[in-house]
Design a protein around this ligand. Structure first.
Ligand code: ATP
Length: 222
């Protein structure tokens, strides 16, 4: 597996379908990087997203190429194509396992997800083991991030308690923490972008310029 070499030792992992990557994804990456002083963010596009097998997702190489363009002028942001190297659906537990072993013990991984996804975490494959490989970073709206996060933690992660001094939930010493990060919502989704493109509208305010150009040149979402 090819991994970037210059990621540093505190690495945020942002998985998704990225069909296409948009300004909301980039804002999340930046907010989390600043909040937890991470050394880098690794974007990991899903090859076959288990939750989105019902619509015709764009080819992996298009989604990954758009991510390459989006991070090209963002220091500390990288793209991994590791999920394309596995057969079948892209489960987070398999990705974290691969990354944790690929990077070794000196690198700490922070798995970034939105509050909505975190609330569904009990449906994920081997959810109990996710925190063996990484800490969670749960991004939510400032008004109820910590409260909603706390409810999901209480329901799904017995043994975790909030440590006020660190601003996160912690379990046993060898388990990852769960960090809430409050962030104002960025009103954009990939679904909206695909729909705007299909109708011939402008997306210049929703994605980086190079991504908008790529969508146009390759005739995506028409
Ligand atoms: P779609 O509209 O196709 O469902 P999406 O815009 O939600 O896609 P994904 O690639 O599924 O994008 O998202 C990857 C991750 O980014 C998820 O954890 C998701 O919660 C988060 N995310 C997506 N859009 C936003 C946004 N506008 N603000 C904050 N987080 C976001």
């Amino acid at each position: 597996m090819e991994l970037p070499h210059n990621l540093g030792t505190w690495v945020g992992i942002l998985g998704g379908t990225f069909d296409p990557v948009h300004n909301g994804h980039l804002a999340v990456a930046e907010a989390v990087r600043q909040a937890l002083a991470l050394s880098s963010i690794l974007f990991v596009p899903a090859f076959l997203p288990p939750h989105k097998l019902t619509y015709g997702i764009s080819a992996f190489q298009h989604r990954a190429a758009m991510l390459d363009l989006a991070v090209a002028d963002r220091p500390g942001c990288f793209v991994s194509r590791l999920e394309a190297e596995r057969e079948g659906p892209s489960y987070s537990i398999d990705t974290l396992h691969t990354l944790a072993h690929g990077f070794g013990k000196d690198v700490r991984l922070f798995f970034i997800i939105g509050m909505d996804a975190f609330a569904e975490v009990f449906t994920w494959k081997e959810q109990g083991q996710l925190l063996d490989h990484a800490s969670f970073v749960v991004v939510g709206r400032p008004d109820h991030c910590r409260q909603s996060c706390g409810q999901t933690v209480a329901a799904n992660f017995p043994g975790y308690a909030f440590v006020e001094a660190l601003g996160c939930w912690q379990g046993t010493p060898d388990q990852g923490a769960i960090h809430p990060v409050a962030m104002p919502p960025v009103k954009v989704s990939s679904t909206e972008i695909r729909e705007v493109v299909r109708l011939g509208g402008p997306i210049g305010d929703l994605v980086p310029a190079a991504v908008a150009d790529y969508i146009e040149v390759h005739g995506l979402y028409r």
